[in-house]
Design a protein around this ligand. Structure first.
Ligand code: PLP
Length: 375
């Protein structure tokens, strides 16, 4: 029996690294893309209360009202855009929001422009519904970016994905670029998918800006509680967009999960409406880790795309990424994800995530790396 070709051809490459790193004794794990913090207590308490109060049946397809109202208020604060519950769908993580929009819009062979380097799951999601990912390097120089995008657009282009701040680089797109992408999408009648899951993880003075403010009607925003509130395992995310599109996409929620788990949605309400100090403290800790990490990478002389936030660093080791990353795990027990898993641009890069590696462990890892490179 054969599964669809689109599915059988998908290779879950990052999982391979995870398995090898897990099996290696005393491995310092920069391959894991999630925080080592626990979810704040008030979020757990609100979830427990909802569970005890009997919020255990099916909920509304688009999510419980309390959460959609909280999300609409949250999204409306960002760029002066005005949303209400009719603009929101609650999903099983940001990933399910991405999957749902692809399922709703992509016909077989439709093309989706994604940034190169890209979060590897974009490939997986787009291909799993028969779409074709078209990676484009969203370079810093805005003139080049538009030229590259124009070259990549065809009559089959359905979406342009924007991921700022980015996984794997932590880079952000400046307003000038966001506006140019929005204008181009408008001119060519393309929908923008703005993946904003790292928007609250910016360092120092860097400010988040959403492309939605330049193309409010044609932008669908993806977000989730996963990274900001250390809730990766909860699987709560959402989609914000034009209400006529939202009504259509909601059918894909019905077709895939019926609704997001009822009682955990009350935890997400507490996350958005409750105290933000723990989320802020986590961010401060990531920034400390970033400073420690950067200092050690600079000492080695490796170059990198300078992150403005997140907990990733995309480092050019100047080596073929798969053999390099595999050797680094085997020989010194330091794991990272080969840059090639994020597209062609990253062939000689490695993605290090310090979301679950303390400053002390970062230093220990680099002591090992320095010794290893000297050999
Ligand atoms: C760029 C990007 N978008 C979306 C997600 C999805 O996150 P989740 O499904 O946990 O909300 C991730 C997770 O790693 C990510 O890196």
């Amino acid at each position: 029996m054969e599964v669809r070709k689109d599915i059988s051809e998908i290779k879950l490459t990052i999982r391979k690294i995870t398995e090898i790193a897990k099996a290696k004794n005393n491995c310092i794990r920069f391959d894991i893309g999630q925080p080592d913090f626990d979810t704040p207590q008030h979020i757990k308490d609100a979830t427990n209360k909802a569970l005890m109060d009997g919020k255990t049946g099916y909920g509304p397809v688009r999510g419980v009202d309390e959460l959609r109202i909280a999300i609409a208020e949250y999204e409306s604060q960002k760029d002066g855009l005005d949303f209400d519950e009719s603009n929101i769908i609650v999903t099983t993580g940001g990933m399910h929001a991405l999957f749902s929009v692809c399922l709703a819009f992509l016909e077989k062979g439709d093309e989706v422009i994604i940034p190169d380097p890209y979060w590897a799951a974009y490939n997986l999601i787009i291909k799993s519904v028969g779409g074709v990912p078209v990676p484009v390097h969203y370079v810093d120089d805005s003139k080049l970016l538009i030229e590259e995008l124009e070259r990549a657009i065809t009559s089959k282009t359905k979406f342009i994905f924007v991921n700022s701040p980015s996984n794997p680089t932590g880079e952000i797109l400046i307003d000038e670029d966001l506006k140019k992408i929005a204008d181009l999408a408008e001119e060519k009648d393309i929908i923008i998918i703005s993946d904003e899951v790292y928007e609250r993880m910016l360092f120092g003075e860097h400010k988040f800006s959403s492309i939605a403010k330049y193309a409010p009607k044609r932008t669908l925003r993806i977000n989730s509680t996963s990274k900001t509130y250390a809730m990766t395992g909860w699987r709560i995310g959402w989609l914000t967009g034009d209400k006529d599109l939202i009504i259509q996409i909601a059918k894909c929620i019905r077709a895939t999960i019926a609704c997001v788990t009822n009682f955990i949605q009350y935890g997400a309400v507490a996350a958005l409406n409750g105290p933000q100090d723990e989320a802020m403290n986590m961010k401060k800790e990531y920034e400390k880790r970033y400073v420690a990490f950067k200092e050690r990478v600079d000492k080695i002389g490796w170059t990198y795309l300078t992150p403005k936030g997140t907990f990733y660093m995309f480092v050019d080791t100047k080596e073929d990424s798969w053999p390099f990353c595999l050797k680094m795990i085997e020989e010194i027990g330091v794991s990272s994800v080969p840059g090639a898993a994020f597209g062609d641009f990253g062939k000689t890069y490695a993605r290090f995530c310090y979301g679950s590696v303390s400053v002390d462990k970062i230093n220990e890892a680099f002591d090992r790396i320095e010794k290893w490179l000297k050999k």
